[in-house]
Every structure is written in structure tokens, then in C-alpha cells.
Design a protein around this ligand. Structure first.
Ligand code: URA
Ligand code: SF4
Length: 208
């Protein structure tokens, strides 16, 4: 294992035994996340649900099935992306994660972002969107990429919302289809752009 792999393994172990918020008492398994360490895309959901808590893996229930279908429709596969959540343990009865739980768990997500260093972060639903777009409305900003340093944040509705509403499902499908072109553009700009010169200001991407 190289150093990054060791860091990720260490992080996963810390999450699996984490005592830092009340969800530690009610979980079956913590769910650190999964995917290749070199993933170019990281998906951030809300929190594990019933099946995720049982299996210790993210997005393995109905939402997960829909998510996999969405990825496939865009020519992507589950195996090529890193999948995690804002909180790593299931809230009882699938209630919303509490602000203090999100805050307690945030350092794990920070570390995952630092280790995996994805080109694109896809936020799924309000809770992960709030990390990057506090106070904004998902119905207004879904499908609109935003620069965050070298990275692009792409907010989408949560797949579970698509399972409840055909209209939302159509919007999610449409948004996911924008991801491959965005990825191509980021790959191309990484290949042609030397280290950014601080004075030059933010680089413009045509898709923005
Ligand atoms: N919903 C989420 O937000 N995350 C999961 O891992 C599963 C369902
Ligand atoms: Fe620890 Fe996060 Fe689980 Fe809370 S939700 S116990 S902070 S891993």
C-alpha cells in the first residue's frame, strides 16, 4: 500500500469505530464509502439508510439502484466513482441528520476529499449541497456546475427524490447526462493548463 492508500484505510477504520456523535449508539455498521482512490468523480449522498447500515456499504438499496442506472445512462459505472455520504452512520428512522451530527462527521468528508482529490464532486440532495451552497435552493441550482479551486461541484437532486416524483426523476436524468462533457472539459484543461498563475484569476469553462 502506498501512503494515500494507507491514509484511506486508516480513515475507513476510524469511521467504522467512530464514537464522535450520538449516531454511533444506534448504528449497526458505519458506512465510510467506497470506490477507487483515483476516482475522478465523487458522489456525496446524505446518510446511510436501512440496507446501507446493515451492509456497511453506501447506496445499496433502492436509491442505489436508481443511482447506478443514472450513471450507466451517462456512460459511467458505479465502479469508477467514489461514493460516500455527509454522515457515515444511519440516523434512526432515516430522519434528517442533525446539524451537530453533520458537523461531527465533516472532518471525515474533508479528509476523503483531500485523499481522493476528485475533479468533480456531485452532491446528491440538500444536505450535501449545503456544504458548498449554503442557503441556496436545490430546485434553482441543480445541474449548474460551480468552480471550487481546481474542482467542480455539481449539485443534483437526491435519487430518493426521483423515486418519489417522476418530474424530479426527469430532472435528475437530464442533469446526470451533463456530467461526461464536464469531465471531458476538466480532463482537457488539466492536460493543457500549466500550474495556474495566481494573478490570472479563475479559469473560465465553457459549460458554466
Ligand atoms: N441514501 C443516501 O443518501 N445515502 C446512501 O448511502 C443510501 C441512501
Ligand atoms: Fe462518527 Fe460520523 Fe458516525 Fe457520527 S455519523 S458516529 S461522527 S462516523
Amino acid at each position: 500500500m502506498n501512503e494515500r492508500e494507507q491514509e484511506l484505510a486508516q480513515l475507513n477504520e476510524e469511521v467504522r469505530t467512530c464514537p464522535l456523535c450520538p449516531l454511533a449508539k444506534t448504528r449497526t455498521n458505519a458506512v465510510p464509502g467506497e470506490g477507487p482512490i483515483d476516482a475522478e468523480i465523487m458522489l456525496i449522498g446524505e446518510a446511510p439508510g436501512f440496507h446501507e447500515d446493515k451492509q456497511g456499504r453506501p447506496f445499496v438499496g433502492q436509491s442505489g439502484r436508481f443511482l447506478e442506472e443514472l450513471l450507466r445512462s451517462a456512460g459511467l459505472s458505479r465502479e469508477q466513482v467514489y461514493i460516500t455520504n455527509v454522515v457515515k452512520c444511519r440516523p434512526p428512522e432515516n430522519r434528517d441528520p442533525a446539524p451537530r451530527e453533520i458537523a461531527a462527521c465533516a472532518p471525515y468528508l474533508d479528509r476523503q476529499l483531500a485523499i481522493i482529490d476528485p475533479k468533480i464532486v456531485i452532491t446528491l440532495g440538500r444536505h450535501s449541497m449545503a456544504r458548498y451552497f449554503p442557503g441556496q435552493s436545490i430546485s434553482k441550482i441543480h445541474g449548474k456546475p460551480k468552480r471550487d479551486g481546481d474542482r467542480v461541484i455539481f449539485p443534483m437532486f437526491h435519487p430518493a427524490a426521483g423515486l418519489r416524483s417522476a418530474e424530479v426523476a426527469a430532472l435528475i436524468r437530464e442533469d446526470m447526462l451533463k456530467v461526461p462533457a464536464l469531465l471531458e472539459e476538466l480532463r482537457a484543461s488539466a492536460a493543457t493548463t500549466p500550474e495556474p498563475v495566481p494573478d490570472e484569476g479563475p479559469q473560465q469553462l465553457s459549460l458554466f
